[in-house]
Design a protein around this ligand. Structure first.
Ligand SMILES: *Cc1c(COP(=O)(O)O)cnc(C)c1O
Length: 239
């Protein structure tokens, strides 16, 4: 356990240094960027160590793993983010522990989250997940709505009881015109965020950047980076 703590502390310090460097290079203040540590596939004991090291935000992508982990860590001062594709039948469980859902990408999910947030007496932050590789009116393979669908979905979230529209999220596409062009993808997300904020000025969150591309995301203007393997280690399986 002590070894694990030492390892996580060193990884966290290295990631912190990368974020600080990226902010300096972009002329941004360090406090403009929030680190969210993606703890998927790793145990609650790691979450506890991270909280002890000062981590305030953690993310998960599968409800069946996240729910017990969040319950085991309920005593810790953490904000929980849900970043995975989400089935409507999991909305009730996710609303039970998540503070922010980054993967809102269809009307049915808005309806389900709203109903559950209302029933639980909670306010749930929502980011619209944008698929920059989706067909014009379609959805991405890994979730997300095409840019043309953002405005309609944002209006739905903004009007939904129990939900708060916080902003946009994306994952750099592996295919399509943005494949291998992370900076261009994140610049596009920033433009879409500017458009969104004309109608929804409080929706300022821009969630972009992971272990491999956090510098590009910070350079583009991301407010939140989601970092997993660079802190916890390479995952044994796809998660
Ligand atoms: C796993 C995951 C991350 C973190 O990815 P790493 O490459 O491990 O940093 C970020 N965002 C989402 C949506 C993820 O599923």
């Amino acid at each position: 356990m002590t070894d694990r703590r030492t390892q996580l502390a060193a990884n966290l310090a290295a990631v912190e240094e990368r974020i600080t460097g990226a902010c300096a290079a972009a002329g941004r203040d360090r406090d403009e960027v929030t680190l969210i540590v993606v703890t998927k596939t790793y145990p609650a004991s790691d979450v506890r160590i991270l909280a002890g090291l000062g981590v305030l935000h953690v993310a998960e992508n599968r409800d069946q793993d996240a729910a017990p982990k969040a319950a085991a860590c309920a005593d810790l001062p953490l904000t929980w983010h849900f970043v995975g594709q989400l089935q409507t039948n999991k909305a009730r469980s996710v609303v039970g522990y998540a503070d922010v859902v980054h993967s809102v990408d269809r009307a049915r999910l808005v309806t389900a989250l709203s109903a559950q947030a209302e029933a639980a007496g909670r306010e749930l932050g929502c980011l619209i997940q944008v698929a920059l590789d989706a067909a014009a009116d379609g959805r991405g393979e890994r979730g997300g709505v095409a840019p043309g669908g953002i405005a309609e979905l944002a209006a739905l979230v903004a009007a939904a009881p129990g939900l708060r529209l916080d902003g946009l999220m994306t994952v750099a596409p592996l295919s399509g015109e943005y494949a291998g062009r992370e900076r261009a993808a994140f610049d596009r997300l920033m433009d879409l965020s500017t458009d969104l904020r004309r109608d929804h000025p409080a929706a300022t969150m821009v969630s972009a950047g992971m272990s491999a591309d956090l510098e590009e995301a910070v350079a583009a203007g991301a407010t939140h980076v989601r970092v997993g393997s660079a802190v916890l280690g390479v995952r044994p399986r796809l998660g």
